[in-house]
Ligand binder design. Structure first.
Ligand SMILES: [Zn+2]
Length: 638
């Protein structure tokens, strides 16, 4: 397998995709609240979640991890977007059958076996993102096939579930969630693990996303579709990367995970070759605060001032291993730092980066003596609260795990396609029946009713679209994938603008200025509609659309205000004639020598002067006439 141009020899990776798509079906899954983003604070609830033992007497490791942080959960909501159901103060209402119908349509399109009875289940949730401590989920179908990019990818399950509350702030003492998103219906589709290259996985996700959008039930826009990706190298359990939102991040995340896991595998192998074993190699953590009493390190002084202690762990035989970086951003040091961060700990320092952080060579020598660290050994310093034994043992545990290779855990993506530790993987038995909702029989009539929602294949829809709007294939694909699809149709049916122009503006222009750093989230449908209406009525030329869009992204003012501000009021016919005439007049020499071929350079000169204020086609027409007239005049005067 090749990763990022690197040959990772004899290695096979498996990638499983799980897609969550919000369903736009009018209201939430277990109440009648509308689906609308609104974090206005009308009410506030404070809650603590506490772990309890399962019927087998075990406590889930992921539950303990969250509980350890001892954070409160604060839920904010308003009556526009949530009710007592989301607060868990009232039992759930009957399930939204439109969400179930959407899932059945998708199941039919994927040739899945639809279940005979729908049983709502409770899946334990421990991060505070649901007020109940569980998420309701209902299995609709299993065993299907997704055809994508020449592959037949087995579909394991299709479920409908409620979306989680939206985390809006993570404070030291509490997490703040908004309840507007809690309870929005999601369809969850799990694909069987694939053994293919990362780019193909992206294509599979795209195909599935398109199928969902074509049903007409899928919500559009960023955050409405999220993918969880399970990645494992052969012989090891998978790590789950949760919440990848952008498709083009998928191959990057997979490549990074494979490199990271491969490095962990190599480290474990190397440690074995060195004859090291975990228990004699990884020391206990020790309070060595006194070593730093006279240190010049500001980082350490600050931690001590905050009442923290310095703990040291000796790591035998690890010298150089923490900073070893076989692939970009793949290092054991980073593994530890990411984990410390997830436990809410800023300060972790390993010996491969010392002297550094103001810690002098003398400090280092003192630590070595205190921890009995030898020439080929390493050590880790942790700045932690006294008695934070949970975090200290978790970090020590991570050191022990370096002997095992990759270990299962839940990770999150970063914006640049790396992944970071977020928590241990939850235990297996996490489902319980929801006793508040009766089971629902899936009748033949219900399935027949859903058949009309089964979408046509993408290629057929694409062809229809190209024909209807005269778009080329690239633009048709782009607009069909775009969150602005319905706006596009509306603009085309209410203005005389060319569909090609409208689709270029809605896909390419907006994407490009987003890449330039403009905040395109300010471009809501209402303002864009105004932009097209004014363009259609000749208030400015199409050449100035990009400039106006940029202005619209910079401040939330009306489109006509942007036009005024940019001085883009179009020239009148008279003014345009004047400009053209002046330029031709002052370039008679050119005209004389080149004749009609002088059109190109003259057009350039005129456009430079009137760009944004006149339509190119119109300028070209006037200029051609002017040149012809002038040439006749010259002819006559000869
Ligand atoms: Zn509600």
């Amino acid at each position: 397998m090749k990763v990022n141009g690197l040959e990772v020899k004899n290695f096979r990776a498996k990638v499983g995709l799980e897609i969550h798509q919000q369903l736009n079906v009018g209201s939430k899954l277990f109440c009648e609240c509308p689906i609308t983003e609104s974090d206005e604070v009308e009410y506030k609830i404070l809650r603590y979640l506490r772990p309890t033992q399962s019927e087998l007497g075990e406590v889930d490791p992921a539950v303990m991890f969250e509980f350890r942080k001892k954070k409160a959960n604060i839920y904010i909501y308003n009556s526009k977007s949530a009710c007592l159901v989301e607060c868990d103060e009232e039992p759930p209402h009957p399930i939204n059958m439109d969400a179930i119908k959407a899932a059945i349509a998708v199941a039919l399109a994927l040739n899945s076996k639809i279940v005979e009875e729908l049983h709502v289940m409770r899946k334990i949730v421990i991060d505070g993102s649901n007020t109940t401590g569980f998420q309701r989920t209902v299995l609709v179908a299993l065993d299907g096939v997704l055809k994508a990019d020449g592959l037949d990818v087995p579909v394991q399950t299709i479920s409908v579930e409620e979306d989680a509350a939206r985390l809006i702030e993570e404070r030291e003492d509490a997490k703040v969630f908004s309840l507007d998103r809690l309870g929005i219906p999601l369809i969850e589709i799990s694909l069987a693990p694939m053994e293919t290259d990362p780019k193909t996985v992206e294509k599979v996700a795209l195909a599935l996303g398109r199928l969902l959008r074509l049903t007409g039930f899928a919500a559009r826009g960023l955050g409405t579709i999220r993918q969880d990706i399970n990645i494992s190298i052969e012989g090891f359990p998978p790590c789950e990367v949760k919440g990848v939102q952008k498709l083009d991040l998928i191959p990057k995340v997979i490549e990074y995970e494979i490199m990271r896991q491969y490095h962990l595998y190599n480290v474990a192998k190397l440690l074995k070759e060195r004859g090291l074993d975990p228990f004699s190699s990884i020391g206990e953590y020790m309070d060595i605060t006194e070593v730093f009493e006279k240190t010049g390190s500001k980082v350490i002084k600050k931690a001590l001032d905050d009442g923290k202690k310095v703990y040291g762990i000796k790591v035998k035989g690890f010298k150089g291993l923490f900073k070893m970086e076989p692939y970009p951003n793949v290092r054991l040091g980073l593994e530890l730092a990411d984990m410390a961060r997830a436990y809410g700990l800023g300060g972790i320092i390993h010996s491969d980066e010392l002297p550094g952080y103001g810690i002098s060579l003398e400090d280092v020598e003192r630590v070595k003596v205190r921890l009995s660290v030898g020439e080929s050994d390493a050590f880790v310093l942790i700045l932690a609260e006294e008695r934070d034994h949970e975090t200290l043992s978790a970090l020590r545990q991570r050191l022990l795990q370096f002997f095992e290779g990759p270990v299962p855990e839940t990770r999150g993506p970063t914006d640049d396609g790396r992944t970071r530790y977020s928590r241990p993987r939850p235990g297996a038995a996490r489902m319980y029946p929801e006793t508040d909702i009766p089971l629902i029989r899936v009748t033949r009539e219900l399935i027949e009713e859903c058949r009309k929602f089964v979408p046509k294949p993408w290629n057929e829809v694409l062809k229809d679209y190209m024909q209807k709007y005269g778009l080329n294939e690239k633009l048709a694909n782009q607009i069909l994938d775009s969150p602005y699809l319905s706006l596009f149709e509306k603009v085309c049916s209410t203005t005389k603008l060319s569909p090609t122009l409208v689709s270029v503006v809605l896909t390419e222009h907006i994407v490009n200025i987003g890449r330039e750093g403009f905040d395109t989230s300010l471009l809501d449908e209402e303002r864009l509609m105004e932009l097209f209406r004014l363009l259609d009525s000749g208030q400015f030329s199409k050449e100035s659309v990009v400039e106006i869009l940029k202005c619209m992204c910079s401040e939330k003012v009306g489109v006509s205000e942007c036009v005024k501000k940019l001085g883009l009021k179009p020239l009148s016919e008279e003014e345009l004639n004047k400009v053209v005439h002046e330029i031709v007049e002052s370039n008679k020499v050119l005209l004389n020598s080149m004749g009609e071929r002088s059109f190109g350079p003259l057009m350039g000169m005129v456009m430079e002067k009137v760009r944004g204020k006149a339509d190119g086609g119109k300028v070209s027409k006037i200029l051609k006439e002017e040149i012809a007239r002038m040439l006749q005049e010259i002819q006559r005067s000869k």
